[in-house]
Design a protein around this ligand. Structure first.
Ligand SMILES: Cc1cc2nc3c(=O)[nH]c(=O)nc-3n(C[C@H](O)[C@H](O)[C@H](O)COP(=O)(O)O)c2cc1C
Length: 203
C-alpha cells in the first residue's frame, strides 16, 4: 500500500490556502491510490534549529554521541526515517519574502544529512519518490513573467530536494492569494481554480 507524507507549513489554520490545497491533494491522492497518509504539520512539530549538539552529532558516529547529541540526532533521525518510509511527498507552503518560511528551512536542515540523505560524495540517497510542492503566494509569479525571478522559493526547493535525490518534483504555484484577502475572489473559487492541477499531480 503506498504512503503519502503530507507536510504543512502555514500558521494560518483554516484560512491557509496552501493547507486547503494539500487537503484537496490528499483527498485526490487517497481516491487514486487508496494508501496511508502521514501528517507532518510543521507548525505543531516545534522543531529546534540546528545547534552545536546537532552539528557535533551529525559529523560523528552514534557510538561517540553524548546524551545531548543523541537527543539532537533523534529529531533528525525520526524525520529522515519518516521521509524514507513514504512513496509520495506533498509540501504545502506559503511564500515568505520570496522564499520558504523559517519552519520549513528548519525542517530541511534536519533532513539534509551526510551519510543519511546524501553520501559523502554528494550523491542523493532518497530515491524513487514523487514530490508535489504547492506554494501559496500573495503575488503571481507566472513562469515567463517579469516577476518570475523573484520566486526563489521554487528554485531553492528544487535544488535542495534534488540534492538529496528527490528529483521527480511537480510544482503547483497558487499565486494571487492577495485577491482572496481583498475579497476580489472567494476562497472557494480561488481553491477551485487549482483543482485540476492538484488532481493531476495526485495521480
Ligand atoms: C511574513 C510574510 C511574508 C510574505 N512574503 C510574500 C512574498 O514575498 N511574496 C508574495 O507574493 N506573498 C508574500 N506573502 C503572502 C503569502 O505568501 C500569502 O498570504 C499566502 O497565501 C500564504 O500562504 P497560506 O495562505 O497557506 O498561509 C507573505 C506573507 C507573510 C505573512
Amino acid at each position: 500500500m503506498p504512503t503519502l507524507l503530507k507536510i504543512d507549513v502555514s500558521p494560518r489554520g483554516d484560512y491557509s490556502v496552501s493547507r486547503q490545497l494539500t487537503k484537496q491533494f490528499a483527498s485526490d491522492w487517497q481516491k487514486a491510490h487508496n494508501g496511508t497518509i502521514v501528517d507532518r504539520d510543521l507548525v505543531k512539530t516545534n522543531l529546534p534549529f540546528v545547534d552545536l549538539p546537532w552539528i557535533a552529532g551529525a559529523y560523528s558516529t552514534p557510538d561517540q554521541h553524548t546524551p545531548e547529541q543523541k537527543g539532537a540526532m533523534k529529531v533528525s533521525n525520526d524525520l529522515i526515517d519518516e521521509l524514507f518510509a513514504v512513496d509520495h511527498i506533498v509540501i504545502g507552503t506559503p511564500m515568505y519574502n520570496f522564499s520558504i518560511p523559517a519552519i520549513l528551512k528548519a525542517y530541511i536542515d534536519h533532513i539534509v544529512r551526510v551519510g543519511r540523505t546524501y553520501s559523502p560524495s554528494y550523491e542523493g540517497l532518497v530515491k524513487g519518490k514523487k514530490v508535489t510542492i504547492i506554494i501559496a503566494s500573495g503575488g503571481v509569479y507566472t513562469p515567463g513573467s517579469h516577476l518570475e525571478s523573484y520566486n526563489v522559493e521554487s528554485s531553492y526547493l528544487r535544488q535542495i530536494l534534488g540534492f538529496i535525490g528527490l528529483t521527480d518534483i511537480t510544482f503547483v504555484l497558487a499565486g494571487g492569494t492577495n485577491d482572496v484577502n481583498q475579497g476580489k475572489i472567494s476562497s472557494e473559487d480561488f481553491i477551485a481554480s487549482f483543482s485540476e492541477s492538484v488532481a493531476e499531480a495526485a495521480k
